[in-house]
Design a protein around this ligand. Structure first.
Ligand code: PNS
Length: 164
């Protein structure tokens, strides 16, 4: 049975950025319960281990009581069923995001029509921010203070510097 008012914001969050956090905060204005779910994809390792991404998200969202952080493996629609949620939230930064997001929403709808995908437009000041930009800039020792939440800036900068 799908629980009303629960949404899932899935993603890689490698690492969480100010753009993600903005979306999470705005989702809490609309939904009483927001589950942020980190994809654990054994086929694609990423930079930060999944447990660290979860930890960073939890730290960045500590001020948001409606938010829970989790991770999942496999299909998103299966995870949605596991947590009895019917709404997927995704952010759109620019038209370039549209094609892949449209495809993903269509595929998910095809295999699980009861699950609805809702899109929120990224706030303009975060439109250029992505996890890969954070890794690229931070990896070369550049300033990432305006890209990631202040509460986890040190964690991310230190990890990126160590990997140089
Ligand atoms: O932050 P990202 O990398 O854009 O997030 C993509 C994510 C995790 C939402 C997407 O890859 C996903 O849901 N993966 C799980 C596998 C799945 O359900 N695939 C079917 C949809 S195409």
């Amino acid at each position: 049975m799908i629980q009303e008012g629960v949404c899932v914001y899935p993603g890689s969050f490698d690492p969480v950025t100010n753009g993600h956090l903005d979306l999470i905060e705005r989702a809490t204005q609309v939904f009483p319960r927001v589950i942020v779910a980190v994809l654990n994809n054994p086929g694609k390792q990423g930079f930060f281990p999944v447990e660290e991404r979860v930890r960073l998200l939890a730290k960045a969202c500590a001020h948001l009581p409606k938010v829970e952080i989790d991770s999942f493996q496999g299909l998103l629609v299966d995870y949605m069923k596991k947590v009895n949620a019917g709404i997927v939230i995704r952010g759109l930064r620019a038209v370039t995001d549209f094609e892949s997001e449209f495809l993903m929403a269509q595929v998910n709808h095809q295999i699980s029509p009861e699950i609805e995908t809702l899109f929120m437009m990224t706030s303009p000041q975060f439109a250029y921010i992505s996890s890969s930009v954070v890794r690229e800039i931070g990896g070369f020792g550049g300033e990432i203070a305006s890209f990631v939440p202040g509460s986890i800036l040190e964690d991310i900068s230190t990890a990126l510097k160590k990997a140089r």
